[in-house]
Design a protein around this ligand. Structure first.
Ligand SMILES: NC(=O)c1ccc[n+]([C@@H]2O[C@H](COP(=O)([O-])OP(=O)(O)OC[C@H]3O[C@@H](n4cnc5c(N)ncnc54)[C@H](OP(=O)(O)O)[C@@H]3O)[C@@H](O)[C@H]2O)c1
Length: 288
């Protein structure tokens, strides 16, 4: 297939590019300099030039707290741009795979969230992503796949394990929130399963995330132990210890029932993603 990846320099974009190339697809992975999604004219022009079978939209305003401060930026990229992309895909006869988030939920429940759970975002980021889903679904597109994911970390990305590891290696103790629960999701695992879904004919809305449920504290603890830094002081705390502009959902564990039933396998556990992530970080970090 001919695949156009937007946001191709981000964590999920890079993982999808590598996995799609490995599978022999013809891949055009564009960063913001190749396709700026705030420009509807550029979207139409680039889709016309590339003529993809599918567009994989990995671009988004992902700085959750910054979205609270710059609502227009969040709404343009996360709410309007997916609609412009969907319209261009419809005109060009392409399918659209679009990524969304657990932040569309309020996380006030205690059970894993299924695809049809009611949306009730707590933040501008969540609201803008929820509107982006609606914009894609409102377009008359023959082929759509929306994947909601959460707590993404990939090699070389701006993410939670990278921040924890940097702080631990600098000899500083750590305090990590223990009252938010989700599924850490390794970008490379997401890419494999997303392409399996696409190639396997899955259409509509799916939750896709890592196989293990953890709090941020548990995520950090597993990481430090696996990195041989188990002696670094690590303290559990509540969310109130780190007041942030955007409110986070507390229990936003995505249900994987639908996706695992389609794929016929379980999503990989945290330890597997972390060990691969650590191995790649080690091999890419400068040697002293
Ligand atoms: N990261 C998470 O924990 C998480 C959780 C749930 C859902 N998701 C969703 O998963 C998808 C992929 O996320 P990710 O983790 O790969 O995020 P990421 O690493 O932040 O990548 C997002 C990419 O979007 C690009 N971008 C920003 N503004 C753009 C513009 N105007 N035009 C084109 N591209 C632009 C960014 O480029 P620049 O670097 O140049 O700005 C960046 O490369 C997003 O839809 C996100 O909402 C992510």
């Amino acid at each position: 297939m001919r695949l156009l990846i937007t946001g191709g320099k981000g964590q999920v974009g890079r993982a999808l590019e590598a996995e799609a190339q490995e599978r022999g697809h013809e891949v055009f992975a564009l960063g913001r300099d190749g396709l700026d999604l705030t420009d509807p004219g550029a979207i139409q022009r680039v889709l016309g030039e590339v003529g993809p079978d599918w567009v994989l939209n990995c671009a988004a305003a992902t700085k959750v707290d910054h979205c609270e401060e710059d609502r227009e930026w969040a709404m343009t990229l996360n709410a309007k741009a997916p609609g412009w992309l969907a319209e261009a895909c419809a005109r060009e006869g392409a399918g659209l795979l679009h990524w969304s988030t657990d932040f569309v939920f309020d996380g006030r429940g205690t059970e894993p969230l299924k695809e049809d759970a009611p949306k009730n975002p707590l933040s501008c980021y969540g609201e803008s992503k929820a509107l982006g889903e609606d914009a894609v679904l409102a377009t008359d597109l023959a082929q759509v796949l929306i994947l909601r994911t959460q707590w993404v970390y990939g090699p070389g990305g701006r993410n939670f394990p990278a921040a924890i590891l940097a702080r631990a290696r600098s000899g500083q103790g750590l305090k990590v929130v223990n009252d938010q629960t989700g599924r850490p999701s390794y970008a490379l695992d997401l890419a494999v399963s997303a392409l399996d879904l696409l190639e396997g004919g899955a259409r509509g809305l799916y939750h896709l995330a890592g196989g293990s449920v953890a709090t941020w504290f548990q995520f950090a603890k597993s990481l430090l132990e696996m990195a041989g830094l188990g002696e670094v002081p690590l303290e559990a705390c509540g969310s109130e210890a780190f007041p942030l502009p955007a409110e986070r959902p507390q229990f936003s564990v995505l249900s994987l029932d639908k996706v695992e039933s389609f794929l016929g396998r379980s999503m990989p556990p945290l330890e597997r993603g972390l060990s691969d992530w650590l191995e790649r970080e080690e091999s890419e970090s400068p040697k002293g």
